[in-house]
Design a protein around this ligand. Sequence first.
Ligand SMILES: Cc1cc2nc3c(=O)[nH]c(=O)nc-3n(C[C@H](O)[C@H](O)[C@H](O)COP(=O)(O)OP(=O)(O)OC[C@H]3O[C@@H](n4cnc5c(N)ncnc54)[C@H](O)[C@@H]3O)c2cc1C
Length: 262
Amino acid sequence: MSQLKTAESIETEGVGVVKEPTVTLVGRTEFVKPDYVPWQTDTEVDSQALIEFAGRQCYRSWSNPAGRTNEDYIQNMMNMGHLSVIEHTLASFHISGVSRSFTHELVRHRHLSFSQLSQRYVDERDEPVVEPEAIASDPELHKIFSEVAEHSQRVYEQIVERLDEVFADVESKTDRRKLARQAARSVLPNATQTEIVVSGNYRAWRHFLNLRCSTYAEAEIRKVAMKILEILKEESPVVFGDYKEITASDGSRAAEPTMAVE
Ligand SMILES: Cc1cc2nc3c(=O)[nH]c(=O)nc-3n(C[C@H](O)[C@H](O)[C@H](O)COP(=O)(O)OP(=O)(O)OC[C@H]3O[C@@H](n4cnc5c(N)ncnc54)[C@H](O)[C@@H]3O)c2cc1C
C-alpha cells in the first residue's frame, strides 16, 4: 500500500487559475405557427411570437384592428401580471469556468434544470480553481490561496491512488474509480472549477436575474447573471429589455428590473 505524504512533502507545480466565467447560449425556443390560426405578428423573434400566440389564444383575439405590436402586446400582459405566458419559452446555457460555490447557489433556483460535471466520474486532480477577485488582487492572499488549492489537489491525488489499491478487488474499472473519486473529492476546495448546463423558461430566468444581478448577490454569481442578462436581452428585447444596469458600491456591475417584480 502506498504511503500518504505529509503536507510539507507535497511538490508544488502550480495550479491552474480561472478568472472569467464563460456563458454560452446552447438552446432556445422555436415557434411553429399553426396554419389554422388567422393571425400575423410583426416580430421575427420566435420566443416572442410564441408568447403573443399563447396570450391571444386565451382570448381568441386573432384579429388586431388597433395594429398592436408584439412588444405592446407582451408588455401589456406582463404589466397586468399575466406572467404564465412567458413560461412557454426556453433558454439553455452552458456555463464553464465557474466554481462549485457558484453552482451551489445556482441550483437553489428550483424552476431551472441542471446537468453538472460529475466529480464521481471525472478525475479532478488537475482541475483549475476559480479565484475570487478579492483574493487575486492581493499578492499575499493570492499566494496562500494558490498553495492551499494545490495542496488540496495533491491530497486528492494521493487519496485516489490509495483507494484505487483498497478497491483493487472491484472488477469494473469504472466502479473502482468512482468509489475512489467520490471519497477523495471531499478534500477539494469550493473554488474547484466546474461546468453546468442550465435551462429555464423566461419567467424562471427573470426571477433568477432579479435576485442574482442585484447588488446584494455574491460577486461570482452576479458576474454570471450579468452575462446571462446580456444574452437574454439580445434573445428577447421585449421580455428582458427593462433591466437597467447599475454600479455596486465596489464598482462592479449589477442590474435591476424596472418592471414589477413578483
Ligand atoms: C443575496 C442572497 C443571499 C442568500 N443567502 C442565503 C443563505 O444565507 N442561506 C441559504 O440557505 N440561502 C440563501 N440564499 C438563497 C435563497 O434563500 C433562495 O434559495 C434562492 O435565492 C432561490 O430563490 P427562490 O427560492 O425565490 O427561487 P426559486 O427556487 O427559483 O423559486 C422561484 C419562486 O417560486 C416559488 N416557490 C418555489 N418553490 C416553492 C415552494 N416550495 N413553496 C412555495 N413557493 C415556492 C417562490 O415564489 C419562489 O420565489 C440567498 C440568496 C440571495 C439572493
